[in-house]
Design a protein around this ligand. Structure first.
Ligand code: NAP
Ligand code: MG
Length: 502
C-alpha cells in the first residue's frame, strides 16, 4: 500500500476545530500566552500542518498555578464529594457524546488508527473517569484505638482524615494524549485537587478539546487549567513551581529524572510513569493460536509507541523458529496507513525525529549481528511510517535489546530447559520494570514466572491487560508509585491524624 496516497480530508467539525484560535485554559478563560509564541501542530500521516496552538511559558504556568490555588481554596473545596462525582461523571458523558470528534482529532494529531482511538477513549478514557468519579464518595479515614502518653484508656480518640494534596501539575506524553489526560484528571479531581495539565508539544489538540468539554460541564473556574507548551519551558516551570504540591508525570525515564531534580525545591510529591522494555516469555506448551496474535499485538500496538509494549520476546528453543516465523508473518500482514483510513492496522510514528531514531536502532541491530526477520524499512512517500520490525538472535548485550526504542521493533531470543529463575534473570535484565507477560498452559509455571518477573504488572496468556481498577506503574527505572485502582488515589491524598483527649 502507499500510505501517502490516501489523503483523507478532516470532517467539517474537525476542520472547524482546527481552524480555531487555540489558546490556554487558565482560570476558566481561554487566554493568549504571555509570550504570544505558538506551536505548529502536524499530522504525522501526511506531514501536513494541522493547527497553531498557543505555547505557554513560565508566566503562563505561574498564572495557571495561581488560578488552580485559588480554585482549591475556593469554590471547589466547598463542593460535596457527591457534587465532585457528578461533575467527573458528566465530563465522561460529555466526552462520550463527542466521541467521534474527539477520536478524529486524536487520530489527526497522534496518528493512531481510528478504531483504536474510538475504542480506547470510550472504553478506557470515559470509564476511567467514571471509575474515579465513584471513588470521590469513598475516601475515608480511620478511627484508631490509642492511648497517648498520660491519657487513660478510653479517654481519647484519634481519627484520620484523607485530605486532597492541593495543586497538581500533570505532564503527559504524546503516545495516547487524550487517555493520558483522563488518567491524570480522574484521581486528582476525585481526591479534590485542582490541576494544571501540560500536554506534549506534538499532541496538544485533544487536551484543548477536552478543555472545551470541561467548560461545558461546569467545573468551577481554575479547577482544571490546560497549558500546552514545550517541556523545557512550560514543563520545567511546572515541575519546579514552589506552589505546586504534586507532579504526576508520564514520559521518558530521562525526563523523569529531571522532574525529580526540579521538584526538590519545595519537596513536592512526585509520581512517575516512565519507560519500559517489557519481556514476553513463551513456554513450549503455550497455545500458539493465542501466542502469535497476542505477542505480535503486544509488540506493535500503537506502532510500538507504548510504554507497556512487549519489545523482548523470549521463546523456548523447541518452538523458537516456529514462533519467530509466525510472528514475522503476521507482522508483515499488518496494513500500515493513515489512522483515518479504515484499512489501517498501524499508523505512522509521531514525528520525523522519532522515525529517524527508530531507524537508527534498526541500523544498530543489523550492525550488532541480530537477524532481521521482517520490516526494518520506512514506507516511501509522506508520513512517518515504519514497517513492523522483528529481529531474531538478539541478546541483552545489544543496544536494541537493552534500550527503549518506542517504535515497532521487537527483539527475539531463545531460552533452553533449566531453572525458571535463569529465564527470569534474563527477562529482568536492564533498567526497566514496567510490564511483562508469560505464555503457558501450566499454571504452576505461569504463576511462578509471573512472581519472578520484576515489573509492576504481569499478564498471563495475554499482554498488557489494563483496566481502571488494575494498579499500574513501574519498578526500577520505570517509575515511582502506582496509578489506577484504589492505589492510584493515594498520591493525591495526604493523611491528617487528629487526636482529642476527653
Ligand atoms: P518525554 O520526552 O519524556 O516527554 C513527556 C512530557 O514531558 C512532555 O509533555 C514533554 O514536553 C515534557 N518534558 C520534556 N522535558 C521536560 C522538562 N525538562 N521538564 C518538564 N517536562 C518536560 O516523553 P515522550 O517522548 O513524550 O513520551 C515517550 C516516553 O513516555 C517513553 O519513554 C514512554 O515509555 C513513556 N511513557 C510511559 C508511560 C507509562 O505509563 N509508564 C506511558 C506512556 C509513555 P514536550 O511537549 O516538549 O515534549
Ligand atoms: Mg518533546
Amino acid at each position: 500500500m502507499s500510505a501517502a496516497a490516501q489523503n483523507i480530508t478532516p470532517s467539517p467539525d474537525a476542520q472547524s476545530f482546527l481552524n480555531r484560535e487555540h489558546r490556554l485554559l487558565i482560570g476558566g478563560q481561554w487566554v493568549t500566552s504571555a509570550s504570544r509564541e505558538s506551536i505548529d501542530v502536524f499530522n504525522p500521516a501526511t506531514e501536513g500542518h494541522l493547527a497553531k496552538v498557543a505555547a505557554g511559558g513560565k508566566d503562563d504556568i505561574d498564572r495557571a498555578v495561581s488560578a488552580a490555588r485559588k480554585a482549591f481554596r475556593g469554590e471547589w473545596s466547598k463542593l460535596t464529594a457527591y457534587e465532585r462525582t457528578r461533575l467527573i461523571w458528566k465530563l465522561a458523558d460529555e466526552l462520550e457524546a463527542n466521541l467521534a470528534l474527539a477520536s478524529e482529532l486524536e487520530v489527526l494529531d497522534n496518528g493512531m488508527p481510528l478504531m483504536l482511538a474510538q475504542y480506547s477513549i470510550a472504553s478506557f478514557g470515559c470509564e476511567f473517569l467514571r471509575y474515579y468519579a465513584g471513588w470521590a464518595t469513598k475516601i475515608t479515614g480511620d478511627t484508631i484505638p490509642v492511648s497517648p502518653t498520660g491519657v487513660r484508656n478510653g479517654e481519647s480518640l484519634t481519627y484520620t482524615r484523607r485530605e486532597p494534596i492541593g495543586v497538581v501539575g500533570a505532564i503527559i506524553p504524546w503516545n495516547a494524549p487524550l487517555i493520558m489526560a483522563t488518567l491524570k484528571l480522574g484521581p486528582a479531581l476525585a481526591a479534590g485537587c485542582t490541576v494544571v495539565l501540560k500536554p506534549a508539544e506534538q499532541t496538544p489538540l485533544t487536551a484543548l478539546f477536552l478543555g472545551e468539554l470541561i467548560k461545558r460541564v461546569g467545573f468551577p473556574d481554575g479547577v482544571i487549567n490546560i497549558v500546552p507548551g514545550y517541556g523545557e519551558t512550560a514543563g520545567a516551570a511546572l515541575a519546579a513551581h514552589p506552589d505546586v504540591d504534586k507532579i504526576a508525570f508520564t514520559g521518558s525515564t530521562e525526563v523523569g529524572k529531571k522532574i525529580v531534580a526540579a521538584a526538590m525545591g519545595n519537596l513536592k510529591r512526585v509520581t512517575l510513569e516512565l519507560g519500559g522494555k517489557s519481556p514476553m516469555v513463551v513456554f513450549p506448551d503455550a497455545d500458539l493460536s493465542r501466542v502469535i496474535p497476542g505477542v505480535t499485538r503486544g509488540a506493535f500496538f500503537l506502532q510500538g509507541q507504548n510504554c507497556m509494549a512487549g519489545t523482548r520476546l523470549f521463546v523456548h528453543q523447541d518452538i523458537f523458529d516456529k514462533v519467530v516465523a509466525q510472528v514475522g508473518d503476521l507482522a508483515g500482514k499488518f496494513r500500515i496507513g493513515p489512522g483515518m483510513s479504515p484499512d489501517s492496522d498501524l499508523g505512522p510514528l509521531i514525528s520525523a525525529e522519532q522515525r529517524d531514531r527508530v531507524m537508527g536502532y534498526v541500523a544498530s541491530g543489523k550492525q550488532s549481528g541480530a537477524e532481521l526477520v521482517c520490516g526494518g524499512e520506512v514506507l516511501p512517500g509522506r508520513g512517518f511510517f515504519v514497517k513492523p520490525t522483528l529481529f531474531s538472535k538478539t541478546n541483552m548485550d545489544m543496544q536494541i535489546a537493552r534500550e527503549e526504542i518506542f517504535g515497532p521493533v521487537l527483539c527475539a531470543q531463545s531460552f533452553g530447559d533449566g531453572e525458571l529463575q535463569a529465564v527470569a534473570d534474563e527477562a529482568n535484565k536492564g533498567i526497566y520494570g514496567l510490564s511483562g507477560s508469560v505464555w503457558t498452559r501450566d499454571i504452576s509455571v505461569a504463576h511462578r514466572m509471573a512472581a519472578m518477573i520484576d515489573a509492576g504488572q504481569v499478564s498471563i496468556n495475554c499482554h498488557a491487560a489494563v483496566d481502571p481498577a488494575i494498579p499500574f506503574g513501574g519498578n526500577k527505572q520505570s517509575g515511582w508509585g502506582r496509578e489506577f485502582g484504589r492505589e492510584g488515589l493515594d498520591p493525591y491524598l495526604k493523611t491528617k491524624a487528629t487526636t482529642v483527649v476527653y
